[in-house]
Every structure is written in C-alpha cells, then in structure tokens.
Design a protein around this ligand. Structure first.
Ligand SMILES: Nc1nc2c(ncn2[C@@H]2O[C@H](COP(=O)(O)OP(=O)(O)O)[C@@H](O)[C@H]2O)c(=O)[nH]1
Ligand SMILES: [Mg+2]
Length: 438
C-alpha cells in the first residue's frame, strides 16, 4: 500500500513538473527573475511574462498607402518575434497608430478625420491572424497606462555607405535635429525617456533594443525609416494578404460592381476564401467587364509633371486601350475634383464610340461614416476587380491595387500597366512588377 502510494505520488509529481516546463512561456529562468519580478527562492517559478508594447508613428506628410507598407514592416517583425524562445521578444505586441488627419483627406463636408481607428478601414481579426496587433484603445485598456517607457525618434545616417557598401546601423544618440513628439495628439500620453535612434537598414535590427531593455512600452517615431526585412518574400505576402479591408467597405464595392457592371465574383472567376490563410496561388481571375484607371492628380501634377498625363493625353491613351481590349466600360478612380472627372468623361465619349465612364460617388452617410480614407479604399476595391487595370507611375495607391490583384489571382499583363506621361512614347515608363509568392 505504502509502495503504491509513493509510485502514484512520484508519477503525479513528474507530470506536474513536465507540464510546467513544457509551457516555456510560463516558466521563469533565474535571469528572468530579476527583470520580471519572479520570485527566485523557488525551484519552479510559475510566472506569466508581461506583455510588452510597441507603438509607432510616421512622418506626418506621408500618405495612407505608404503608411500601409510601414505597417507591414513592423507587423512582419512582431510576427517573427512571436516565434522566438526569448520571451522578451515573443511577448511584444504592435499597437496600431490611430490615423491622423492626412494631407490628402481634403473633404470639407466631413466633420472630423482625426485619430481614426484601423477598424474603420481594415479587418482587425484578419490582421491578428498574422501578427499580434491591437488598436490603441485596447492598448490603453490592456496596459492600463499611458506612460511610455522609452520613446525613440529615428534619424537617417548622413553617410549611408561605408567604403561604398550600404550597411545596417543602429545607434542611440543625441538628436541631430529638433523633433516634435506629439503622441498622436493625445494629451494624456507621456514618455519617461525620449531620445534619438540613428537607424539604417532592416526593421529587425530593433531586436537588440528589446533584448537589452526591461521596459514594457516602447514608441518609435518616423517609422518610415525602417526597411523591410525581406521585401516581396513569403512573409511579406502573408502580411499583405492578412490586410483585408473592413467588410462593410468590401460590401459597398461589391454592390457597386454588380449594379454598374454586372460584375460578381462568381461571374468574374474570383474565388477568395473568407480566411486569407486558406488562399492558394492562382492566375485564373477574369475580372469584371470594365477597365479601371487610377489617375492620380492633385499634388502629383506639380510634383511629377513628367509622369502624370494631361487629361487630353490620358483620354487619348485610354480610348486606344479600350478599343484594343474591346471594352466600353471604364471605371475612373481619381483624386481629381469633379470638374476634371467631367472633362475627362467628355473627352472619352464621342459619337463614334459607346464608352461609358463611371466613378464611385458616396452618399452623404457613407462619406461621413467611412471618411475620405474609406472612400479611397472603395475605389481601390473596384479597381482590383476590373478585367484590366492601368495606374499612375510610382503612386503607392496604384501599387496597393496591383498587390490586391496579385492576391486575387489575375494574369500579370492585366495588372502591371501604367499611363504614359504624355503622348510621346519616350514618356512611357514600365511599371515595376512585384509578383506574389506563397
Ligand atoms: N478616392 C480616391 N482617393 C485617391 C485616389 N488617388 C489618390 N487618392 C487620395 O490621395 C492619397 C494619395 O496618397 P498615397 O496614399 O500616399 O498615394 P500616392 O501619393 O499616390 O503614392 C490617397 O491616400 C487618397 O486619399 C483615388 O483614385 N481615389
Ligand atoms: Mg503619397
């Protein structure tokens, strides 16, 4: 009887130990004990490591679609850290920076476009299937603190090359320039330490900061300085695929396609699973019976006069394309004022053709609810589903449409097209091609 009891006791003890150790996240080593408040006077430390947070912000002048790419750089980093055995890395969560009122969001009839949550534009559960990311409101609730431990403002190095070679460099340093740190305009956020970080190279070079520091909350300003760890690789495309839009915006774009072009996923040969992790490589998408042009205007007209065609030249190029493709329907996605859209429509239509031009015009409620950012996404969604797309040279708005079409499985020749700068063939530059990989 006594012997059976001891065997039983030892077996139970063994299993308890085994499961404690198996769950490495909950097991505290001696060095953790000092940094994370584990008690050191027990052999087995039952300890749940504290979640750590990374906040970031981007240069105020950067637009929506570059900011989406900056998000990918950081999301890929925390996605990779999540797999680390080092709990200082695996416990890191990325806090989604509220959208400030961006320069391009110029509608006067929208009440307030400041500090918008990501859920207005994106499907957060879908993002979270790729990386541990949370909205700022959840950060406030979870961390129960608005005090950042360490804030870094990134600065470029003056000398990019060392003996002609681009090398990765990270250096905590005195700021070379004066920076304004406004913490998204929240008056209640503050930081214990603020300093500058000379930074050049891959995002994951931040690793040493997280490994060395015992702090819980970090913030990085000017995050557009980070470079992709692996641009265009498998992780890049997984992160990009997880960037599904808010379902309500998807529905509005769907309804528009159906109503105006009788375009449905079924008829268009588009088969996208609800869950991005189930997507498979394909090139079989046909798309709706319309051509989409993304015609970037406004600041691009002044900033890139050689790449943005006049309305006359754009209409000439588009008419030729419609004729070649044997399409009558054209969807026009543009940031132009209404008058320019009307002019382009008039230039496109003539007695000798049946060209029909369409633009998405939101209702008052849609505009107030989804703001300029949401309306732009609806334009992108409609363009992503067209049988043929032609964009504007070096516009990140165009790039994001091209990526979306790669995910939907369009043949490449229907996607990587762009308008010429003018009627002279010498003004035509080739679109860069970034094909999807799985
Ligand atoms: N609705 C709509 N907005 C656009 C369009 N093109 C540009 N915009 C607006 O202008 C901004 C352009 O900035 P950005 O996203 O940085 O793209 P980029 O400047 O073209 O590289 C977009 O985010 C939109 O707010 C368009 O075709 N439709
Ligand atoms: Mg821009």
């Amino acid at each position: 009887m006594n012997k059976t009891f001891w065997i039983f006791y030892l077996v139970i003890f063994f299993f308890l130990n085994f499961f404690y150790c198996l769950d490495k996240q909950n097991f505290c080593s001696k060095e953790d004990a000092t940094t994370n408040g584990c008690s050191d006077n027990q052999n087995i430390h039952l300890y749940k490591p504290q979640t750590r947070y990374i906040l970031y912000d981007v240069n105020p002048s950067e637009g929506f679609n570059l900011r989406r790419d900056v998000y990918l750089r950081l999301a890929i980093m925390v996605h990779n850290f999540k797999k680390s055995k080092n709990h200082k890395l695996s416990t890191l969560k990325l806090v989604l920076p509220p959208w400030p009122h961006l320069y391009h969001w110029q509608s006067k009839d929208i009440f307030d476009q400041r500090r918008l949550p990501w859920s207005l534009f994106f499907d957060i559960p879908s993002l979270q299937k790729f990386a541990p990311v949370i909205e700022i409101s959840d950060f406030f609730a979870e961390a129960n603190s608005a005090s950042i431990d360490e804030t870094y403002t990134l600065e470029n190095f003056e000398e990019m090359f060392e003996s002609g070679v681009f090398v990765d460099k990270v250096e905590v340093r005195d700021c070379k320039r004066r920076h304004i740190n406004n913490f998204y305009g929240y008056p209640n956020i503050s930081s214990k330490i603020t300093t500058c970080l000379g930074f050049q190279g891959h995002t994951s070079n931040l690793k040493t900061i997280f490994e060395k520091s015992d702090s819980q909350i970090f913030m990085f300003n000017r995050a557009e300085i980070f470079l992709h760890d692996e641009y265009g690789g498998k992780a890049f495309w997984e992160a990009r695929r997880s960037m599904r839009f808010n379902k309500e915006l998807v529905k509005i774009a769907k309804d528009f396609r159906k109503k105006n072009f009788n375009s449905t996923d079924k008829l268009d040969g588009i088969n996208r699973p609800d869950d991005w992790t189930l997507e498979k490589p394909k090139r079989s998408a046909k798309g709706g019976n319309y051509l989409c042009v993304h015609l970037r205007r406004k600041d691009f007209i002044q900033g890139r006069p050689n790449d943005v065609p006049s309305l006359e030249s754009a209409s000439k190029q588009l008419k030729e394309l419609l004729e070649k493709l044997k399409f009558d329907n054209i969807f026009i996605s543009t940031d132009s004022p209404e008058a320019e859209f009307k002019k382009l429509s008039t230039l496109l239509k003539s007695k000798n053709n049946n060209i029909k031009t369409k633009r998405f015009t939101p209702s008052e409620e849609q505009k107030e609810k989804y703001k300029d950012g949401g309306i732009a996404i609806i334009d992108q969604l409609i363009c992503s589903h067209a049988a043929y797309f032609v964009g504007t040279h070096e516009s990140t708005f165009t790039y994001r449409i091209q990526e979306e079409r790669e995910i939907l499985g369009f043949p490449e020749h229907t996607t990587f097209n762009q308008l010429c700068g003018n009627d002279n063939p010498k003004s035509c530059k080739k679109s860069s091609v970034w094909k999807i990989v799985y």
